[in-house]
Design a protein around this ligand. Structure first.
Ligand code: DX5
Ligand code: ZN
Length: 218
């Protein structure tokens, strides 16, 4: 059970100290948005490279960008220990996953709420993680979509059938009130932005979320 706080809800003018606030987390989730794949623009390669140099924990890069075929391996080279691309944006998802692994990072594939997982099940051997979005990607602080839980369970079941170790991540609206149902459905990596950075004590929020997830493990 791993917690990956999203720095999208952190103070962008003080990212180094914001990373220190969550040094007890397993990953730092970095939302890369290009203003095309999603209607929001955040940060790109130079910032990821700078963050990788100072972060006390590994970077979990979530690419909400067009043309991951071109860009994804560069995020691995920039220091992302995990790089997740959106399958909706990929020309050849298999090649994207291979290029991420080839650059030395864990390969993740994300699906938006309206995207089915089943057509991509045969990609599991190329993947280290599947991200099931529990909001429409683009912004922090949105409401959790409980209707995505059957998809989380479906991915977990597919991973079990295929064997191997593929993590199942949820992202969007994850908080102390919604994390239990995610864990019960089979998620094991939990992204939380506003629930962590909105808390007075971010590190304590991380520990609380991890405890809740462990207690409700699939
Ligand atoms: C949304 C991003 C999320 C976002 C989550 O597109 O992918 O990582 O930061 O924020 P919360 O936890 O506030 O929903
Ligand atoms: Zn994200």
């Amino acid at each position: 059970m791993q917690i990956s706080p999203s720095i999208l809800s952190a103070d962008f003018a003080n990212l180094e100290s914001e990373l220190r606030r969550i040094s007890n987390a397993d990953w730092a989730h970095v939302d890369v948005m290009d203003g095309h794949f999603v209607p929001n623009l955040t940060l790109g390669l130079p910032v990821v490279e700078a963050l990788a140099k100072v972060s006390p924990i590994p970077l979990d890069c979530h690419l909400m960008i067009d043309d991951p075929d071109r860009w994804a391996p560069q995020y691995a080279e920039a220091g992302g220990a995990s790089v997740t691309f959106h399958v909706e944006a990929a020309g050849n998802p298999r090649d994207v996953a291979r290029s991420i692994r080839g650059a030395g990072a864990r390969a993740g594939m994300a699906v938006k709420p309206g995207t089915a997982f089943a057509p991509y099940e045969d990609l599991l051997p190329e993947l280290d993680m599947v991200l099931v979005m529990t909001v429409e990607p683009g912004f922090g602080g949105q409401s959790f979509m409980a209707d995505q839980m059957p998809k989380v369970a479906e991915v977990r079941e597919a991973v079990r059938r295929h064997g191997g170790e593929v993590w199942v991540q949820v992202d969007g609206g994850v908080s102390a009130t919604t994390i239990e149902q995610c864990a019960e459905a089979g998620a094991d990596v939990f992204v939380a932005g506003s629930a962590v950075y909105g808390a007075q004590d971010a590190a304590q929020a991380v520990d609380e979320l991890r405890d809740l997830a462990r207690r409700h493990a699939h």
